[in-house]
Design a protein around this ligand. Structure first.
Ligand SMILES: NC(=O)c1ccc[n+]([C@@H]2O[C@H](COP(=O)([O-])OP(=O)(O)OC[C@H]3O[C@@H](n4cnc5c(N)ncnc54)[C@H](OP(=O)(O)O)[C@@H]3O)[C@@H](O)[C@H]2O)c1
Length: 294
């Protein structure tokens, strides 16, 4: 007998709901109900998703097999606790950091609780984006995770099961490949700004470097993809970097030092940095912090 098509609903019609609901609709998954704090937000999204109706949050819980809570992290527990859940249905949040105990009211009502976190930076709420190739971190009891994994694959994304209690560390770590990369780009743009290079020109020059770096890591792994003065063991260049930063951008010196120290083990693993040169570079970096303290 063919498997019954599951029905999905969303509570919270913002960026993630827009990306997921549009992706599911394109993939032929049944999105039937969308609610939000303001009905106008739900209506806006429901208009874009064939078969979906804007409704109240309770109707999402009443009518769907899986209700995805796509509200801000801090609102998840209050929203889940304010509704009555059907036994056998599922209440699933999309936060990367929140544990499943914020859904305890749904579990008390007999529903299953789960997590479905797309490892993707969604754009504005009008932008459906695309999740092909992205990881989606899943959590919950096995039977639910299997259903969520099928949903992830319908979006051409890769299901990633997290160990119990591991969500906060998983999410904190992901910043190093997401938001913090933006902070690092901004650091470079600001430093080039001291040379009179406009932000648009800086981004046009830096983004191909970033893409090339990501391509290298994809092809060769983290250590294999590494290039830079540290990878070459170029202590003279590191000294020049430290000197210019100390004089012209002392606020960037600590960040440069910490990241350089983290780069040394990678360069050693790559095999292009000799242990003696690594020691010399480490000593230079340590001295730079002592100089600042002086
Ligand atoms: N943004 C990302 O890149 C990203 C990526 C992965 C996971 N996530 C996770 O996905 C979830 C949603 O994030 P988002 O970026 O989509 O947030 P968002 O764009 O701010 O959208 C949140 C939506 O929830 C609605 N809402 C707020 N409080 C509500 C309440 N009490 N009841 C019902 N609806 C409420 C908002 O209401 P109205 O419009 O109706 O006022 C808004 O439409 C979060 O758990 C976040 O951690 C985000």
């Amino acid at each position: 007998m063919p498997r019954k098509k599951i029905t999905l609903g969303f509570i919270g019609a913002g960026r993630v709901a827009t990306g997921l609901a549009s992706g599911f609709a394109r993939a032929g998954v049944n999105v039937v109900a969308i609610a939000s704090r303001r009905i106008a937000s739900a209506q806006r999204l429901a208009k874009r998703v064939r078969g979906a109706r804007a409704c109240a949050p309770q109707e999402v819980a009443d009518r769907t097999d899986i209700a995805l809570l796509t509200v801000p992290d801090d609102a998840i527990e209050a929203v889940a606790s304010s509704l009555r859940w059907r036994a056998g249905s599922a209440c699933v949040h999309c936060s990367g950091a929140a544990d499943l105990d914020v859904l305890r009211k749904a579990v008390a009502d007999g529903a299953l609780a789960g997590g479905f976190h797309p490892l993707h930076m969604f754009g504005e709420a009008g932008d459906p984006g695309g999740l092909a190739g992205c990881a989606i971190a899943l959590a919950g009891p096995d039977a639910l995770v299997q259903r969520l994994a099928r949903l992830a694959r319908a979006l051409h994304a890769k299901p990633l099961r997290l160990p119990e209690g591991g969500r906060a560390l998983y999410h904190a770590a992901a910043n190093f490949s997401g938001a913090f990369v933006i902070a690092l780009i901004q650091e470079a743009v600001a430093l080039w700004g001291k040379l009179g290079i406009a932000e648009a020109d800086a981004l046009a020059a830096l983004l191909p470097l970033l893409r090339g770096t990501a391509d290298n890591v994809e092809k060769l792994g983290a250590a294999g993809g590494l290039g830079s003065a540290i990878a070459r063991g170029d202590a003279g260049t590191i000294r020049r970097h430290l000197d210019v930063l100390a004089r012209q951008a002392p606020d960037s010196l600590e960040l440069y030092r910490i990241l350089s120290l983290r780069t040394i083990p990678l360069a050693l693993a790559k095999g292009t940095l000799e242990p003696a040169a690594a020691k010399e570079i480490s000593a230079l970096l340590e001295k730079s912090i002592l100089k600042r303290v002086d």
